[in-house]
Design a protein around this ligand. Sequence first.
Ligand code: MF3
Ligand code: CO
Ligand code: CO
Length: 255
Amino acid sequence: MAIQIKTKEEIAGMRKACRLAAELLNYIEPFVVPGVSTEELDRLCATWTEEHGAISAPLGYKQEGTFPFPKSICTSINDVVCHGIPSAEILCEGDIVNLDVTVKLHGFHGDTSRTFLVGKVSEEASLLVSRTKTAMERGIAAVKPGAYIGDIGKAIEAYVEKFGYGIVTDFGGHGIGRVFHEEPFIPHYDTGIRGAMLKPGMIFTVEPMITLGTDDVVIEDDGWTARTIDGSLTAQFEHTVLVTEKGVEILTKTS
Ligand code: MF3
Ligand code: CO
Ligand code: CO
């Protein structure tokens, strides 16, 4: 299957869904403080999404070989790389936590995540978080018509390399639209493969997961929670982006 080129109408629908997803992260940010449970953050996001006429896409999401995802958002704390399941676990001063939200509005998906600092965190942790955000931005900056999918991971690796960080290879960005996860797969590291050429109208996510140690991850028995094998700290940021005639438009933005 070729990578979809979205129509004008689909792009308009995606702009709305993606903006709503970004607004949801803005809404939840002040609640991410020491003492809150990830279940509470999940509940607040689920309610807000419903009040805005949208659906939480993760809830009940099915992926081959595992159970349907049981909650409305992903909450990934410290050594959890991604797909953390909200629970009674309480956030503590010094934690870092990624909140990954995907809303479905009028049939279109908007997918975005940020890693938040819980109270005051170590310098090592805060540097990991800010550099992971920059890594995502470097990847997005490589997106333009005529460039290749492989350029995204190359740009991320070129930036991250000097810090000695790990780049997770088991998960990548993905095409998105009426379908949550579709072609293409976007590696966040230099695979040495050029991949498909980027064309105006393609929509996909860029969502690097960066670690202080290994890039090896293990999935827990719940079928979802992905942790670093060495227990090292990990951060992630995600935007949904559109390839335009001139370059790239970040869709999961509020301004
Ligand atoms: N939002 C995640 C992504 O960026 C996917 C989560 S799937 C879920 O692709 F089922 F865990 F929610
Ligand atoms: Co995604
Ligand atoms: Co996501």
